[in-house]
Design a protein around this ligand. Structure first.
Ligand SMILES: Cc1ncc(COP(=O)(O)O)c(C=O)c1O
Length: 394
């Protein structure tokens, strides 16, 4: 580091005394695994989404939520599920958990989200579902995706790991007409429970199935056994299920984070706007801005920029220089077709994914988190400008 300043990480969770107190109370309550707090978190989540026809299931990660959703809509061995290549591996790995095959599709060059035209081209008689990802917190083109799904009778499971609270044409992600939506509360997400996720759907059969599979395929959960009149020791295993429940200790954090989520979104949006303004004349491509007048809202989980040829520095060197200024950056994403597992399993060639290839070569995510101060942001902007003007650290 060239300055004596504290290292500014890529991301930090925004935890206050309120969350800490809620966890302490939960620890003292005598009930630490999934129970009243998880139920409250699920109910509060639905209240936030503002649609009582929906149901929410708290899970221990978005990955487990995606797995449960795919399983519950009936994805089976040999089926195909369309996913973007420009995502995190969780989006595709859950498809393999079920013995089905992810089919990788390139992105739209402006939004970086999955390209609906390419979805249509990838559909075969084996296609069962589509998993759009709302990259960085910007909604994918859901009208087009839902219409393709309807036409071809496909299920749609939204990977909304980045997208809380994102709006598409005035409606919150989670309330659209897809089969299910899954959010992540991993440590670096727009709100956190440490690890955690939420599966949301208005399909009663899907919810029923996912609830059973969330806890070992047992017909009743531990809290129900504790509360109901049927003897607590009695349960029946009706499926070989999973262990995907969210403990109350984590749900306690979620209950409090949820109360602050609109404040978080506003803060993130202000930081993003300050970046747009400060960086607009530099040789970089700024992230796509959703049209607010059309009712779109960006959750701004990430602030992805692309360094153009005019920047005169490679992405790798830029990240090294930023770290010398004491600033952590990241890359979203290494496209899935470039990872050995997916590349080799499905013989994927870079030329089939020109947009993701171009993005990956030039993309850097600069820090964007709610605990960031104006001074922190100025430091990031100034360091970035110095580096691009050739005045970086030795
Ligand atoms: C697009 C996407 N989907 C799914 C996940 C998985 O989320 P989790 O860590 O909650 O399982 C992530 C995590 O970063 C992600 O970026």
């Amino acid at each position: 580091m060239i300055h004596d300043q504290k290292f500014l990480p890529f991301s930090l969770p925004d935890i206050t005394e309120v969350e800490i107190q809620e966890v302490v109370e939960t620890l003292r309550s005598g009930w630490v695994t999934t129970g009243p707090k998880a139920r409250q978190f699920e109910q509060d989540f639905i209240t936030f989404l503002g649609d009582e026809t929906l149901e929410a299931i708290a899970v221990n990660s978005a990955t487990s939520g995606l797995h449960l959703a795919l399983e519950a809509v009936g994805v089976q061995a040999g089926d195909e599920v369309i996913v973007p290549t420009y995502t995190f591996t969780a989006t595709a790995e859950v498809v393999r958990y079920l013995g089905a095959h992810p089919v990788f599709v390139d992105s739209d060059p402006n939004t970086y989200c999955i390209d609906p035209v390419l979805i249509e081209a990838a559909i075969t008689t084996k296609t069962k579902a589509i998993i759009p990802v709302h990259f960085a917190g910007l909604s994918a083109d859901m009208d087009a995706i839902l219409s393709i799904a309807k036409q071809h009778k496909l299920k749609v499971i939204e990977d909304a790991a980045h997208a809380f609270p994102t709006k598409y044409k005035g409606d919150l992600i989670g309330t659209l007409q897809s089969d299910a939506t899954v959010f992540s509360f991993y440590a670096n997400k727009t709100m956190t429970t440490g690890e955690g996720g939420m599966l949301v759907s208005r399909d009663k059969a899907l919810i029923k199935r996912a609830k059973v599979m969330r806890l070992h395929g047992i017909s009743r959960d531990a809290f129900d056994r504790y509360q109901s009149k049927t003897p607590a020791w009695f349960y029946e295993v009706i499926e070989p299920g999973y262990k995907y429940n969210l403990p109350d200790i984590c749900a306690a954090i979620g209950v409090q984070q949820l109360k602050r989520i609109n404040e978080f979104q506003k803060k993130r949006e202000l930081l993003a706007e300050a970046y747009h303004e400060a960086l607009k004349d530099l040789p970089i491509i700024l992230p796509f801005v959703a049209n607010k007048e059309a009712g779109h809202q960006h959750a701004w989980h990430l602030y992805p920029i692309q360094l153009t040829a005019g920047a005169g520095i490679s992405r790798e060197d830029f990240i090294i220089q930023m770290s010398k200024f004491g600033i952590g950056c990241s890359v979203h994403f290494i496209p899935l077709h470039k990872h050995p597992v997916w590349r080799d399993m499905y013989h994927l060639q870079p030329e089939h994914f020109p947009v993701a290839e171009q993005l990956y070569a030039h993309e850097v995510s600069i820090p964007l988190f709610t605990k960031m101060t104006t001074e922190d942001q100025s430091r990031i902007i100034n360091s970035l400008k110095k580096i691009l003007s050739g005045d970086g650290a030795a």
